[in-house]
Design a protein around this ligand. Structure first.
Ligand code: SF4
Length: 264
């Protein structure tokens, strides 16, 4: 399979309400999604070139001024409790949704409450987080991560220039700070999206820098993906599964951290 140009222009729909799915996770099966960001509108601290929701029109880490659009912790916990007590089958509940979940001011409290409910109602269900790592500057967010079964944190770049080109962060976000915060977290899963074309993190320099950062962060494991659906920057190229496998094998050998490639 060679590289191909993404030509279809349909994006994923933004989520409606607090819960969505269950959606099929490539690795863990049915996952009930929790959206802590606004209804049908993206609020994120990144504007990733490959984001399957399209461009981030409200790109910020300060979500306080959008508080009226965010669900309350009470509403989120009640919704998850109802789902846990229902007969709907799912293996995971995942904090994800229309942007960055850790930006919600009550994210740590919600994690604590939902983990407790999970323990009571369905102890076999795992609690996961998909985060872009920008909320880790808050100590309360870092402190609550060990309570999650699957704390999955994004890192797409090993150096600032690649980071700025790939993730196009909100103004106050610094790459070096994210790396330091990831290092402090320890037992996390890093998730990386690789793309090629005018923006690329698979060419030798950026890839080498990325391996160095992974070796320093020492996550539990690293999950590698490429794009598998339309994205806003239509000139982006998918990294084919065979190349992703090679990167995973090289990365595991060089960093000593298990890297796994997931192809669509
Ligand atoms: S962090 Fe996630 S939601 Fe935010 S722009 Fe990137 S891919 Fe989209």
């Amino acid at each position: 399979v060679g590289n191909f140009k993404v030509e279809v222009l349909m994006l994923l729909n933004l989520k409606e309400g607090i819960l969505y799915g269950p959606v099929q996770s490539r690795r863990y099966g049915p996952s009930l999604g929790i959206n802590l960001m606004p209804n049908r509108s993206k609020l994120c601290s990144f504007n990733c070139v490959y984001c399957h929701f399209g461009l981030t029109r409200r790109c910020t880490r300060e979500v306080g001024r959008f508080a009226a659009e965010l669900p309350t912790a009470d509403a989120v916990v009640k919704a998850v409790d109802t789902a846990l007590q229902s007969s709907v089958p799912f293996n995971l509940v995942t904090f994800s949704g229309n942007g960055e979940p850790t930006l919600h001011p009550q994210f740590p409290e919600m994690v604590e409450a939902i983990v407790k409910l999970r323990n009571q109602r369905r102890p076999q269900v795992k609690v996961a987080l998909l985060s872009n790592s920008t909320g880790l500057y808050l100590e309360a967010v870092r402190r609550v991560l060990p309570k999650l079964d699957l704390p999955v944190l994004k890192l797409d770049a090993g150096r600032e220039s690649t980071f700025n080109a790939m993730n196009r962060p909100a103004r106050d976000i610094e790459f070096s700070q994210i790396i330091e915060n990831l290092k402090q977290c320890g037992n996390i899963i890093v998730q990386t999206v690789f793309v090629d074309g005018p923006v690329s993190n698979v060419v030798p320099g950026p890839l080498e820098a990325y391996f160095k950062q992974i070796a320093a962060i020492k996550p539990r494991e690293v999950h590698l993906y490429s794009i598998d659906r339309p994205v806003p920057e239509t000139h982006l190229l998918r990294v084919p599964p065979s190349q992703l496998q090679e990167i995973a094998a090289d990365g595991t050998r060089i960093t000593g951290v298990p890297m796994k490639a997931f192809a669509a």
